[in-house]
Design a protein around this ligand. Structure first.
Ligand SMILES: Nc1ncnc2c1ncn2[C@@H]1O[C@H](COP(=O)(O)OP(=O)(O)OP(=O)(O)O)[C@@H](O)[C@H]1O
Length: 901
């Protein structure tokens, strides 16, 4: 950095200083103390500090990495530096917020590629990046140099020099700053740069403070200058000279918080002074109206002069802490940073020069200097060489017209100089006084000019505002006219509508009264109806309950009747069965009687046999007795026959009597049962199926009885036939006996025949007896079976029927009571209530509609028509906004005029 002067080209476009903010993460100590974070980031460009929003070119969250920041802020500048631009990146912020971390990183070297090392800060990464980019250039000679200075207590120290000399800085008439005696070292690779960076850091002023145990107490500027030489096809060399200043400022902090004492406090005052000046410079640059920028008030701002509002491409990294206790400092940093965004630079690429021009200039300069040096060494005069001396005599002759020696001339000149010096001194004093006065006047003038400028600005502003207000007034007048005419129309329409509304309101009031009366009538009617209805309901409820109770009693009585009938039926059945049993015993008696008669017959036959045997023995005796015997035999036979016939008749009679009685009774019972069942069916449909079943069972029983009766009748028929056969046989026998008697004379033969026939008859009788016994036992068995079955079936059927009837009766009674309750509670009331409501409706409609006051015609309703009037009154912009607008337009004009220039 021996010379910061460069020839420049025509200024290029204005470019704002790029400002980014980096938020450092909460330190471990802060986390342990549960320090609250007060910064929130919403986008990549905005952050909010305690509800105040700030916008920047980029906001790096606490999680942002070194490479992210580098790629966004520094990487784009590297190519510019190679192209010949001057670039500056400086880190600004409260102490301990990560300025050094950002610029240098945790260590000064790099591991691997410039993109790969995650810890490297801006400087080592840029060192490697630059060489990476330069390596890509072909046919270009490159010279890279580094310098590293420290600004400590307003003194410039060379961090790459072996001595501790304090360097001086000079500004040329163009304002370019040169640091005399600065060490600039050529480097050939990234490692070379890092080596010198490390050396410089070692020498840097660092001290522990309460806020950072390794706080940088000085501002440092690490500069990498790149000079390239490229040979064109014509053989000319194009030289480019760019440089990048990487500035790590000392931390802004307040004395109380830093815990600094004595020396450190002086140090801090200096740090704060230079930072304060930097703030003022930024403020002045951001404020376009302010023409004076106090660069010269501190060495820091003098060094950074070209970077702030000059021809350099500048980026500021504002580092902040998110901690609640640093809120004030963070806010101040953000305010500065946001103001710095308004600074505009005109980056200019350093002039490209051909080698020949440079060399020519340099050769002349070297030649002149060489000659002066030689003269000084030889000690012959004014340290001017002879040739130069002769040139001077020629010039004296040309000016004075006399040929005098330089010495004479010198004497003369010395006198003259002396007098002139005297005059000069007096003039100088005057001049100094005048200068002082001028300075004063100038200051006054400047102040007055500034005031005039301010007034002019204000005047311009007021002109702008009054012009704007004039425009607005005429616009508003027009709007007001429109509104007035629209209001008139609306007013007249409103009058008509109000009259209509008033009329409608009166109608509504009287209708409301009528409605009220009608409703109160309806209410009283409803009350009356309600009391009547409740009485009527209670009455009908009572009636229905009585009726139900009566019905229930009747039903119960019916049930008792039914159960009595069933009982009777059962008794009848039992009687019938008993009678049937009795009938059967009569039949049995008949059978016994038949048997008896048969036995008697057998006895008689035996008697006949005896008689016949006696007859044989007393044949002769008997002959006289024949007629008697014949007669007696005939009489006996007839008697037996008659008796048998009587018996048969009796049996028939009994059977038919039993049958007819049985049938009659059965029919009677059936009729009765049927009748009862039919009644029950009518009363209760649910019992039909059951009763039908019982009827079916009864008819089956009846059929069985019928079948039994038929079988008994058949048996009796067969018995009668047998008896008849036997009677016929007896008749035949008696006839034959008669014939035998007639042929008594042939007695022996006849007796034998008679004996055989008697035996035959005996066998038949025996057979008949057996059959009769057999039939009798079958009949007995059958009869008992039928009787038992019938009684059992009948009993079961009757008890089942009774039970079902009882259950059904209970169910029916319950249902009946339920339905009665329901009916008593609803139907009647609902019907009458519906009727009453209809009536009420009619009455109400009648009362309200007929009596309602009808609306009269009160003027025509205004026709809907489009009234044109301004729908929205444009808001008048507040004075501040207008002033802002004015400022913007003025700035724009200024910028345009700058560009034209
Ligand atoms: N973005 C970050 N990520 C991780 N650690 C960080 C970050 N920023 C700062 N630090 C850490 O915070 C501490 C203070 O940082 P640093 O010394 O860089 O602050 P400074 O602003 O340079 O302070 P001073 O102005 O006092 O020199 C260091 O230990 C550093 O490693």
């Amino acid at each position: 950095m021996s010379s910061m002067t460069q020839k420049r080209k025509t200024p290029q476009h204005l470019q704002n200083v790029k400002v980014v903010v980096r938020i450092r993460p909460l330190s471990k100590q802060e986390e342990d103390q549960n320090v609250k974070s007060v910064i929130t980031t919403h986008t990549h460009r905005e952050l909010v500090l305690k509800e105040k929003k700030y916008s920047f070119d980029r906001v790096f969250k606490s999680t942002a990495t070194q490479i992210e920041l580098y790629l966004h802020v520094i990487a784009p500048l590297i190519q510019d530096v190679i192209e010949g631009y001057n670039c500056t990146v400086f880190a600004y912020g409260q102490t301990g917020t990560g300025k050094t971390y950002t610029m240098t990183g945790d260590k000064c070297n790099l591991v691997g590629n410039w993109r790969e090392d995650i810890h490297a800060g801006v400087i080592p990464r840029a060192a490697f990046h630059i060489f990476h980019e330069l390596d890509k250039l072909s046919n270009v000679d490159v010279n890279v140099k580094v310098s590293y200075i420290e600004l400590y207590n307003e003194e410039i120290r060379d961090l790459l020099s072996d001595n501790e000399n304090i360097l001086q800085m000079y500004s040329d008439n163009k304002g370019a700053v040169t640091i005399h005696g600065l060490t600039e070292i050529s480097v050939h690779n990234g490692e070379g740069i890092c080596k010198y960076l490390q050396r410089g850091i070692f020498k840097r002023q660092i001290a522990p403070t309460l806020m950072n145990h390794q706080s940088s107490r000085s501002h440092t500027v690490f500069t990498i200058s790149i000079n390239t030489r490229e040979t064109t096809i014509c053989g000319d060399d194009i030289l480019k000279a760019g440089k990048i200043n990487l500035v790590d400022l000392a931390g802004s902090e307040n004395i109380a918080k830093s815990g600094c004492k004595e020396i450190r406090a002086v140090e801090l005052a200096n740090i704060n002074k230079s930072l304060l000046t930097l703030g003022r410079v930024i403020h002045a640059l951001a404020d376009k109206s302010n023409k004076h920028v106090p660069y010269r008030d501190s060495k820091l701002t003098r060094i950074l002069q070209d970077s702030l509002g000059g021809h350099t491409k500048t980026a500021i990294i504002a580092t902040v802490s998110p901690a609640l206790n640093s809120h004030e400092e963070t806010s101040s940093t953000l305010e500065y940073a946001s103001r710095a965004r308004d600074i505009k630079n005109t980056p200019t690429v350093n002039e490209k020069m051909t080698k020949n021009e440079v060399i020519e200039g340099l050769v002349k300069e070297i030649d002149k200097l060489q000659k002066d040096l030689d003269a000084a060494r030889s000690g012959t005069g004014f340290y001017v060489n002879k040739e130069n001396y002769e040139k001077m005599i020629d010039a004296i002759v040309a000016v004075t017209g006399e040929h005098i020696t330089p010495d004479e001339l010198m004497d003369r000149k010395a006198e003259r100089i002396k007098s002139l010096e005297d005059r000069l001194y007096s003039r100088m004093r005057e001049f100094d006084e005048t200068v002082e006065q001028c300075k004063k006047h100038k200051e006054e003038l400047e102040n007055a000019m500034a005031m005039i400028k301010d007034k002019d600005n204000i005047l311009e502003q007021e002109k702008f505002l009054s012009k704007w207000f004039e425009d607005q007034t005429s616009e508003k007048l027009e709007e007001a006219q429109k509104l007035l005419s629209a209001t008139k129309t609306l007013h007249s329409e409103k009058e008509i509508l109000l009259a209509k509304l008033e009329h409608q309101f009166n109608i509504n009031v009287s209708n409301q009264k009528l409605t009220h009366t009608a409703v109160s009538n309806a209410v009283s009617m409803l009350d009356e109806f309600g009391s009547q209805e409740s009485k009527r309901i209670k009455l009908s409820e009572k009636k229905v309950k009585e009726q139900v109770e009566k019905n229930v009693l009747e039903l119960q009585r019916n049930f008792h009747d039914t159960s009595n009938s069933i009982k009777k039926l059962r008794e009848d059945c039992e009687t019938r069965i008993r009678e049937y049993k009795n009938g059967f015993s009569i039949k049995k008696t008949i059978s016994v009687k038949s048997k008896y008669y048969l036995d008697t017959m057998r006895e008689k036959t035996r008697v006949v046999e005896d008689v016949l045997s006696q007859y044989a023995q007393q044949l002769d005796l008997v002959k006289s007795e024949v007629p008697k015997m014949e007669e007696s035999y005939r009489q006996n036979s007839i008697k037996y026959f008659d008796e048998a016939l009587t018996l048969i008749k009796l049996s028939d009679d009994i059977t038919s009597r039993i049958n007819s009685e049985q049938t009659r009774r059965h029919h009677e019972n059936l009729d009765h049962t049927e009748k009862t069942l039919t009644e029950r069916i009518k009363e209760n449909e649910s019992l039909i199926a059951l009763l039908q079943k019982r009827i079916n069972e009864d008819s089956i029983t009846l059929k069985r009885i019928q079948v039994d009766r038929d079988s008994v009748a058949n048996a009796e028929e067969r018995t009668r036939e047998c008896l008849l056969e036997r009677a016929n046989n007896l008749e035949k026998l008696s006839k034959e006996a008669l014939e035998g008697l007639q042929s008594c004379y042939q007695l022996p033969k006849l007796i034998a025949i008679q004996n055989a026939k008697i035996q035959e008859l005996q066998a038949v009788i025996q057979e008949f007896e057996n059959k009769l016994n057999e039939i009798s036992s079958v009949l007995n068995k059958k009869h008992e079976e039928i009787t038992e079955y019938t009684i059992e079936t009948f009993n079961t059927s009757i008890s089942n029927t009774c039970k079902s009837i009882e259950e059904a009766m209970d169910e029916k009674i319950k249902n009946l009571l339920n339905s009665v309750d329901m009916v008593v509670g609803k139907t009647d009331t609902v019907d009458s209530f519906t009727k009453f409501i209809c009536h009420m409706k009619e009455v109400l409609v009648q009362q309200i509609l007929d009596k309602n006051v009808k609306a009269k015609h009160v003027g025509d309703t205004p026709v809907r028509q489009s009234t044109s009037y301004p729908l929205r009154i444009k808001e008048v912009a507040p004075r501040e906004a207008l002033i802002e607008k004015f400022k913007q337009s003025t700035e724009q004009k200024m910028e345009e005029s700058d560009i034209d220039y």
